[in-house]
Design a protein around this ligand. Structure first.
Ligand code: A1CAB
Length: 334
């Protein structure tokens, strides 16, 4: 795998899943820096990944993206508001990030990207966003807002055009990435080069068994509806099956273990078989048998329609989240 210098902006679960997966594949720890505002989380990351650069404080994101040309420069920045959690690395110089992974909640993305706008504009890293709902055009707009407001404070303000901004690739991984079983959808704007697409694909591929590109950005909302939110649907189904067995007299532990293994077994069969999903279902279902009785009950209760409605609700929520957080006119150019 290519070993670009990576800056994770935000050190939550998904950032850790991607980082952990990369390290497990042999990605050098020294090529990674993570910024994280919560002290307790910083300390957790520092103790779990000894030697990892973990930065906190108001200048942390800038330092992570800009790098530091000299030891004294790092020390200056650290003294001026970037708290280095790993004291041993606090005075080391390090290169600018070639890839910036925006791994913050959608609700704070605008502030973070605007604040980093000028730095991203100057450095031109590949920007990868894992924030649900927020469109690449909005991310470009936030970068431009930040870069232009910084330039207005100088004697030579610049007008920034879309094509001057770094390429953005939007991805939607899911939480099974935490156990290296992720499914990820990716969308790249036309500015992203084939090499940048390859970088995004290999980074996410470190924790995903399935990595799929979509060619329209709105399909990332559908990826969210299927695989981003999907683990929760299967947890709900498993909860309901466990509860049903308990109601019929089984102890909860046995019900849970049988349910989980059944889910896992069905997924493995679906993955390894050349049969389609319908054929696999029909093969379990003897006419007039037990499965037939259950499936007829599901169908009578409108199971398929309910699933379709639920996936559509997640897809729509992903789209409305964008409008709530970024305002209307999300496709507008600068
Ligand atoms: O529920 C959410 O908003 C996020 C996006 C995909 C999974 N969780």
């Amino acid at each position: 795998m290519l070993q670009s210098r990576l800056a994770f902006i935000g050190g939550g679960n998904m950032a850790e899943a991607i980082l952990g997966g990369l390290l497990a594949c042999g990605y050098p720890l020294s090529q990674c820096v993570v910024t994280e505002p919560l002290q307790a989380r910083c300390e957790f990351l520092h103790s779990k990944y000894p030697g990892l650069q973990v930065l906190s404080g108001p200048q942390a994101n800038h330092l992570a993206v800009n790098g530091s040309e000299s030891d004294s420069h790092t020390a200056d920045l650290v003294n001026n508001g970037a708290v280095h959690i790993n004291p041993a690395a606090a005075s080391e110089s390090f290169p600018p990030a070639e890839v910036v992974i925006l791994a913050v909640k959608p609700q704070v993305l605008r502030g973070v990207v605007s604040d980093l706008g000028e730095t991203l504009y100057q450095r031109q890293p590949l920007v990868i966003s894992i924030a649900a709902g927020i469109e690449t055009s909005a991310i470009a707009r936030f970068m431009a807002e930040g870069a232009m407001s910084a330039s207005e404070e100088t004697s030579t303000p610049v007008q920034i055009k879309n094509e001057d901004l770094p390429a953005v690739i939007r991805v939607m991984p899911n939480t099974p990435a935490l156990v290296n079983e992720g499914a990820t959808g990716l969308y790249a704007t036309s500015d992203a080069t084939p090499a940048q697409r390859l970088v995004a694909e290999s980074l996410l591929g470190a924790v995903s068994k399935q990595v799929s590109w979509v060619d329209q950005e709105s399909l990332i909302d559908t990826v969210t509806g299927i695989s981003g939110s999907g683990p929760a649907y299967f947890f709900l189904m498993m909860e309901a099956m466990e509860d049903a067995a308990v109601k019929l007299g089984m102890d909860r532990e046995t019900a849970k273990e049988l349910t989980i293994q059944t889910c896992l077994g069905a997924a493995k069969m679906a993955q390894s078989s050349s049969d389609d999903l319908k054929t696999l279902r029909v093969k379990v279902t003897s006419p007039q048998g037990t499965t037939d009785a259950a499936i007829k009950t599901f169908e009578k209760g409108g199971f398929r329609e309910l699933v379709a409605e639920s996936v559509k609700a997640a897809d729509s929520r992903s789209k409305s989240l964008a409008v709530e957080l970024c305002g209307p006119g999300k496709d507008s150019k600068l």
